[in-house]
Ligand binder design. Structure first.
Ligand SMILES: O=P(O)(O)OC[C@H]1O[C@H](O[C@H]2O[C@H](CO)[C@@H](O)[C@H](O)[C@H]2O)[C@H](O)[C@@H](O)[C@@H]1O
Ligand code: UDP
Length: 926
């Protein structure tokens, strides 16, 4: 990599990086050559390189005197001394000093962190005086470690402040900590925070179901709590809008604020918004039980990026979007009407340096000494949890009891220290838990205690940072038995403080941390007390070399996957900006909606018109009513939309208009629907044509090899039997398996399986193509597409109608598969190919359009070269034919290609649904 020397170069590098974030263009090799970076990966790799260069140059500047020496020492010591939580909250300020005192000041991205809880909670000391204490919990700990950005926090200060003097003075106090309060009154907090957040969402997201004893009351008050939740989210949004500056990134946190992305985007669609969930996202089967399941998902999907701790949670979320909202899940995220919302896993970490440094501090060393003396001769086991149902404290105590029962020799040689930090104390379930835990601790201590010692030391309070670090450092076995836990940072903190002791971590397999620390920890199922008890025994007796290996593994992870990395990844370089850029890129490929007046106007002023209409989902009766449930069975047969019967007849009977219906369906389906219509029909993608005199002829090649069809049918039958509500349709030259009424995810899996099977078996040597639709798999004879059909079709029409004047109006409308979009390319051959995501050629078999066109050239009497770049007034050059006369006289403004119900298309325009097609055709007929 090129080494940079001057600050001019670095400025140019920063400029590149900013440019990269703004667009997908990048100044290449630092010499101003502009390149369009095509793929997301290319951009990411390039961006990473730039960042590395920038970082190493900043280090050079820092070491080689760009900053004056005394100043540097002073600042370094300021940063090094940041160990207490209070200082850490202020640390944002210290970092700002560093950058402002450097000769070269790096660009700092402004970041608005919006979380229910501010990093400090306020306690009122007088009318206008406040004490600010650092809030407890993993979210706060992790975000305090993030110093890379110019951060402002927006959130609730954990206190009711009804009066103006109080609100003004608290706002001022918090401003010093770069915090902005959202004032929620007591009633709202009760319904929104204690109610909807902590009594409904929290237990559900952690698989605990709704609170059992007062479930009737919960269900009854659900509506009012949900209303309060939305109201509170809007209040957060109002404060964000007040403080937002253009270019800021807004990072919304957690289950409290699922409506926030929606509220923010409604006010400002250009705002860059990310949303991150700190809890698990449960299986879609759990989320389905929520009365507000769809609204919550839709609101979150307003964000540009949606993040989770683990891939499992992301997978569950995508599955909920697919099953509940019916949206497409892609490997990158969720696609909603042509918009891509990226969904990914970003496992959080801790500021590990803060812990490793703390262990060296005299205050911590004093605590360590004190604890070592206090527990001399006994092994120390430690639990640190908020007193929350999800942390599995009762289960942990029962397992410890079982261990003591099974291992009498350990009874006076081990102590369990359980720090249970009180939390959400206004919620009844939490109050009940406190009593339950006290009862169990009392019972076990009564059973196994002596006059001088007890096996469990239980504390209902939090510890200060130094005492906590000391406890982590002297512990032999940490016992974390969460029933579910988004991540669990206590496990990370324990590992960070264990450099010398190398103690054992027993960790619940249901904590997100199990995915990252699983190799070094002893994983347990917290519900299985016998298993936990024997793991305790194993941990206490573990030989030192095994302990060391396990610890080293975890230590490496904890010290490299830090909270800084996490936030940086989420916010700045990788996902959020990239998502915005990419979403913009994708939007540019989405054609505009058709202005129907213009299409109608041009139709009426033309004299020889051609209407090419797709059939399914274009002019058929709708099966997708808006309130359709995803699993509802519907009629499979296709019927012409009843409202179209009359207008279509009128259009077909107009001598100045030729109407063609192009479909994949069998001839019989089309015959049934268009028996009385004076219409041209193309069945099986144009293999068969029904001409104006209602005779079917074979349009494409005569000698289509169909040897493969029986064996493919067997495969389709097999999958139909095994995929409830799927079906297949056998045609003469193709066969389609459709799973649009089946469970979407299962259908997709089955389709994947089917494709693999087809390629390796029945069609491996056949001259066929496999075309994958949104919810279907089709095998058809090679080279059969709607585009190919059109050339032959036009020849027939001109011949039969004995057309003397050229066609001067073309409307080509359809819900076509990507493969069949060559019907648009027929009229505009220079159109770019769409990314081939849904069309697969059989290996070794060409599906090249021009080759196919060449094959059919003999039959067609028309070839067209239409300038795709022409403007409305420019003439589209259309030549034809073997007799030299022109058959198409198309200009930009009398050619209308429309994709129906799709977003990414080669068509010039979009129509949202078949209903729009119906309206358009009615208008033409009038
Ligand atoms: O603010 P509270 O209601 O008092 O609750 C404290 C926090 O609890 C939850 O923490 C989660 O975030 C951690 C960091 O990502 C994660 O390690 C842990 O597994 C989660 O439980 C909650 O999500 C936060 O919003 C609360 O502030
Ligand atoms: O007395 C205490 C005990 C714990 N914690 C902190 O609370 C956080 C707990 O985070 P975790 O992710 O384990 O669980 P959460 O409470 O967020 O569900 C950790 O950073 C602990 O250092 C604390 O500040 N004081």
């Amino acid at each position: 990599m090129q080494k940079l020397n001057s600050s001019d170069e670095i400025t140019s590098l920063e400029h590149d990086l900013n440019e990269l974030k703004k667009s997908n263009r990048l100044v290449d090799d630092y010499n101003n050559t502009s390149t369009v970076l095509q793929t997301r990966l290319e951009r990411l790799i390039r961006e990473r390189e730039l960042r590395k260069s920038l970082k190493s140059h900043h280090e050079d500047v820092h070491t080689n005197g760009a900053m004056d020496g005394s100043n540097k020492d002073d600042l370094t010591s300021k940063i090094d001394s940041l160990t207490s939580e209070e200082e850490l909250v202020d640390g944002v300020k210290a970092c700002k000093i560093v950058s402002s005192e450097c000769e070269y000041r790096p660009f700092k991205q402004r970041l608005l962190v919006v979380a229910n809880r501010l990093p400090v909670s306020a306690v009122r000391k007088g009318e206008a005086s406040w004490q600010l204490d650092v809030s407890a919990g993993g979210l706060v700990s992790a975000l305090l470690g993030v110093t890379e950005f110019e951060t402002r926090w927006i959130g609730w200060a954990g206190v009711n402040v009804p009066d103006e003097i109080g609100q003004k003075s608290l706002t001022e106090s918090l401003a010093e900590k770069r915090c902005v309060p959202v004032f929620l009154d007591e009633d709202l907090v009760n319904l929104y925070y204690n109610g909807y957040c902590n009594n409904i969402l929290w237990p559900l997201f952690h698989y605990l179901g709704l609170p059992q004893e007062d479930w009737l009351a919960t269900i009854c008050s659900f509506e009012s709590q949900f209303e309060a939740y939305k109201k509170a989210n809007q209040m957060f949004a109002d404060v964000v809008n007040e403080h937002y500056q253009e270019g800021d990134i807004v990072w919304c946190h957690d289950y409290h604020l699922m409506f926030l992305p929606k509220c923010l985007k409604e006010a400002n669609p250009n705002m860059k918004v990310g949303w991150f969930l700190h809890t698990p996202f449960p299986s879609s089967e759990i989320h389905r039980t929520m009365p507000s399941r769809s609204e919550l998902l839709t609101a979150v999907l307003a964000a540009d990026l949606v993040g989770f701790h683990t891939y499992d949670y992301a997978r569950h979320f995508m599955s909920a979007c697919t099953r509940i909202l019916g949206l497409e899940g892609t490997p990158e995220g969720v696609e909603d009407q042509g918009r891509l919302i990226r969904v990914a896993a970003f496992p959080i970490g801790i500021d590990s340096d803060r812990f490793t440094r703390a262990i060296q501090l005299p205050q911590v060393k004093n605590h360590i000494k004190e604890f070592q003396e206090r527990f001399a001769g006994r092994k120390v086991m430690l639990g640190v949890d908020r007193l929350d149902m999800i942390k599995g404290i009762p289960q942990k105590l029962l397992a410890f009891e079982k261990f003591l029962e099974d291992n009498p020799n350990w009874r006076d040689k081990v102590v369990l220290l359980q720090i249970a930090v009180p939390t959400r104390t206004d919620v009844p379930e939490y109050q009940k838990l406190t009593c339950q835990v006290h009862e169990i601790v009392g019972r076990i201590n009564g059973k196994f205690g002596t006059l001088t010692t007890v096996p469990i030391h239980h504390l209902d309070r939090s510890l200060d940072f130094h005492a906590l670090c000391a406890l982590y450092a002297i512990t032999d076995v940490a016992l974390i038995t969460s029933l579910r836990d988004g991540m669990n940072l206590v496990s990370y903190e324990f590992v960070a403080c264990q450099a010398s002791k190398k103690g054992v971590l027993i960790l619940s397999e249901f904590a997100g941390a199990a995915q990252s620390l699983g190799a070094g920890a002893l994983l347990v199922n917290p519900w299985n007390v016998t298993e936990v008890a024997s793991s305790i025994s194993y941990a206490l007796n573990m030989p030192s070399d095994e302990r060391e290996k396990r610890h080293n593994h975890n230590y490496m992870h904890v010290t490299t996957h830090t909270s800084q990395e996490w936030a940086e990844t989420f916010v700045r370089f990788v996902e959020l900006n990239d998502t915005v850029v990419e979403a913009e890129l994708r939007t540019t490929q989405i054609p505009p909606l058709l202005q129907t007046e213009r299409a109608i106007d041009r139709y009426h002023s033309s004299t020889n018109r051609l209407l090419i209409l797709g059939f399914n989902a274009t002019i058929t009766e709708p099966v997708n009513a808006p309130d359709r449930r995803i699993d509802q069975f519907k009629e499979m047969e296709l019927h012409l939309h009843p409202e179209l019967k009359e207008p279509l007849k009128k259009l077909c009977d107009d001598p100045r208009t030729t109407v063609v219906v192009v479909s994949g369906s069998h001839q019989s389906v089309l015959d049934e629907n268009f028996e009385d219509f004076n219409v041209w029909l193309a069945a099986e993608h144009g293999v068969f044509l029904r001409t104006a005199n209602k005779k079917w002829i074979q349009n494409l090649t005569d000698n289509i090899n169909l040897d493969w069809i029986e064996s493919v049918k067997d495969v389709f039958e097999y999958f139909t039997e095994r995929t409830p509500r799927s079906y297949y349709e056998l045609r003469e030259t193709s066969i389609v398996w459709n799973y649009k009424y089946a469970d979407i995810e299962f259908g997709r899996l089955q389709a994947k399986d089917m494709l693999q099977h087809l390629w390796t078996g029945p069609i491996s040597n056949a001259s066929v193509e496999v075309v994958q639709g949104g919810r279907s798999v089709e095998v058809r004879a090679n080279g059969v597409t709607k585009g190919v059909c059109v050339s032959g079709l036009l020849g027939q029409i001109i011949h039969e109608k004995d057309m003397k004047s050229p066609i001067d109006y073309v409307l080509c409308v359809g819900h076509f598969l990507q493969k069949d979009e060559d019907i648009f390319t027929f009229f505009e051959p220079e159109l770019p190919a769409l990314t081939p995501t849904s069309s697969f050629g059989s290996p070794g078999l060409s599906s090249n359009y021009s080759e196919e066109m060449a094959k059919f050239d003999d039959q067609s009497i028309i070839t067209s070269e239409i300038d795709s770049g022409c403007t409305n007034n420019e003439s589209m050059q259309t030549h034809a034919s073997n007799n030299g006369s022109s058959v198409l006289d198309l200009r930009g403004d009398n050619y209308f290609s429309c994709a129906v119900g799709r977003k990414r298309s080669n068509a010039r325009y979009l129509l949202s649904s078949a209903a729009d097609v119906v309206a358009l055709l009615k208008n033409l007929a009038d």
